[in-house]
Design a protein around this ligand. Sequence first.
Ligand code: PMP
Length: 404
Amino acid sequence: TIDRHAERVRPEFPLLKREFDGRPVVFLDNASTTPKPRSVIDAVVNVLERSTANVHRGVHSLGEEATRLFDEARREVASLIGATPNEIVLVRGTTEAINFVANGLELGPEDEVVFPASEHHANWIPWRVHGKPVPMPIDEDGVPRWETLASLITKKTKLVSIGHVSNVTGAIAPVEEVVRIAHEHGVPVLLDAAQSLSHLPLDVNKLGVDFLAASSHKAFGPSGVGLLWSKKDFLAKCPLYQVGGGMISLNNDIDVGGFIPRDAPFKFEAGTPAIEATIGFGAAVKWMRAIGMDAIREHDIAMSKYLFEGLSDIKGVRVLAKKLPVEKRIALATFVVDAPAMTQESVARALCDMFGVCVSAGFHCTHVLHARTHLPGTVRASPHLFNTTAEIDLLLEGVREIAG
Ligand code: PMP
């Protein structure tokens, strides 16, 4: 299953043809950002070469063309998550989307936000600046103790904010259960889908969340664009955090001191947007949908088993959350290699230098998780659809050699 899916899509990724000193690149760092398939690259090049024009402004043909491609991208992105286009605010990425909500909820210093202590800094620091953070305990592997959720919600709780998939353990959050408990207390739920958008079928209606944040660049699209999804009632009353061109209604008089903003999402998108990146994002979504999120998940589950079993067999390697069942995780493994006098960063460097294997190392923007689990940094291998068993074998061989 793994290689059947992988071999089908590999020729579409120019990056995978690169070599370091004659050694093919083994790209296992998809949780940081994914390589881009040819159709995404072509969509970006095409708009740069043929349709450069500003969007939602020009009356000439090029302007109309660019606007059509841009609007189409928003429709693609919306349909991937079961939303309508006007509920999608295009932002810079997951980080900006979460900040948008943090700002929009107008939290006071006593307003509490509950989130797992394992969260990425993007879903932690905003709650230090806006409101009061209430981190949920995690276990010794960094997996949230979801059973504590109800006890953490008080009269002051204004939001429960959770990562759909942990960028460290690969654990999938029990979203529907979290939503049920939060909603019982009248508290909305934000879902950070940075790590799930390209791995799991997503439908905001089925999930029942109130906000969803994600980035294009972790889902085969360009960097510089992402989405914030929310229901229309929030977007109607959410305060504007930036204003300028392109977001006011025509024919009203700014001179006299006021202006009438356009309806959402446009009132939140002042200034020229990331036109090429957004069109590339639309192409990436189209590419994923053509493959099918179910097929992607099928590869992911088989890959997850292969990767975890392989790593768990190596002496001197501690794999985080390795006991999680395959349906509760994605194919993302974080581990510590016991190699005398080597930091985890130098383990990752050696994997690249000796084997051409690209993985992450360090704290992965989760300093609290690493502090609470007493880990001095970790190595993370995050395969995706195009990765083969032979590539995982190379990773395992490298880790075995370094650990041995
Ligand atoms: N949340 C999670 C779980 C992530 O993994 C990341 C990226 N590493 C982010 C948020 C932030 O995404 P971005 O840098 O694209 O804004």
